[in-house]
Design a protein around this ligand. Structure first.
Ligand code: ATP
Ligand code: ZN
Length: 304
């Protein structure tokens, strides 16, 4: 039998994360909240998993989809923008799809937006016909233009996209936006959102061998617990029995609340695991509805 060179059997799982940048720390702390810990190599490129055989490779975010495609890494934490763009570029080059988004991770939110000079009155996508759009995301821009039925040119720039209109390289741009301050500083305004992005866990479309599949299953169960817990709070309070009918509708995002009877007759103690935001306003509403001694507690861990 010919030995396989592309997919060596490994008994450890390897996850690629950004070495430094916006996604580096949140990716690491999310994985740490799944109970992983590591010993770092001297060159700070590789972290050896200690609590579980799950190692980290620290790389540039743009390399992550390719590392998964080549089987060098099993999973990766990367922006949806990068994952989708790389997928489209591979598709355009005739390659089969090999990776996909496994989970959205709830951090690194931004949007890929089309922006035009402030002076333009935006009347819709047809205004771009025959124009040049500077971007680092030509695949996503072309896909969007196709859905709009518009022919326009993309000009590939790897950085400082927002100065392209001033330099006469393009009429419009398509770039990542979070606050819009950079666009405003360059007399540009966002007019269309092409992709809503956040950090995602990327993984292969194909199945892992049994050892890595077992590790990946374990990790995904913990990750789902960690993602759910992030937004969840334990709400504890007391109330009179007659207030219950007013209080329960204020907890639509709670798992079935635990209701305990207090010794003093009609008093109840309630515990509710809320998955939505527990704001001051909400606490005040609960209080008006008869809740007493409200307490909000963070959740350390959860396993469904
Ligand atoms: P690297 O050296 O790894 O290539 P980078 O400069 O490409 O780093 P960052 O600027 O750290 O990367 O951005 C990484 C990801 O963070 C982006 O691909 C995007 O998914 C997300 N992100 C969130 N907010 C923003 C923003 N305001 N601008 C750019 N990216 C953002
Ligand atoms: Zn990058």
């Amino acid at each position: 039998m010919t030995p396989s060179i592309t997919a060596p059997t490994r008994d450890r799982l390897r996850i690629a994360i950004q070495k430094s940048g916006r996604l580096a720390d949140p990716a690491r702390s999310l994985l740490a909240s799944c109970g992983l810990s590591w010993r770092e190599s001297r060159d700070r490129l590789f972290c050896f998993g200690e609590t579980l055989p799950v190692d980290l490779l620290l790389v540039r975010d743009d390399d992550i989809p390719g590392l998964i495609a080549d089987g060098v890494c099993d999973l990766g934490v990367v922006g949806r923008n990068v994952l989708t763009e790389t997928g489209l570029a591979r598709e355009a080059a005739g390659a089969q799809p090999v990776f996909r988004e496994w989970r959205a991770l709830g951090f690194g939110q931004c949007r890929l937006a089309l922006a035009v000079p402030d002076a333009w009155t935006w009347e819709g996508a047809q205004q771009l016909a025959g124009k040049r759009i500077a971007t680092s995301y030509p695949g996503l821009v072309r896909q969007w233009l196709a859905t709009q039925g518009i022919e326009a040119e993309t000009v590939l720039l790897s950085g400082s996209v927002e100065i392209a209109p001033r330099l006469g390289q393009a009429e419009a741009i398509c770039d990542l936006v979070s606050s819009g301050a950079t666009l405003a500083a360059n007399q540009l305004k966002p007019v269309e959102t092409i992709l809503e992005s956040e950090a995602v866990l990327a993984g292969p479309i194909a199945e892992f061998d049994p050892v890595r599949a077992g590790l990946a299953d374990l990790l995904m169960r913990r990750l789902d617990g960690a993602l759910k817990v992030r937004k969840s709070k334990l709400l504890m309070f007391q109330a009179q029995r007659e207030a219950l009918a007013r209080l329960l509708p204020l907890l639509p995002d709670a798992e079935t609340p635990t209701v305990m009877r207090l010794d003093d007759g009609d008093g109840l103690a309630l515990q509710a695991l809320c998955h939505g935001a527990v704001t001051w306003q909400r606490l005040e509403e609960l209080k008006r509805a008869g809740a007493r001694g409200l307490m909000v507690l963070p959740i350390e861990g959860m396993l469904a």
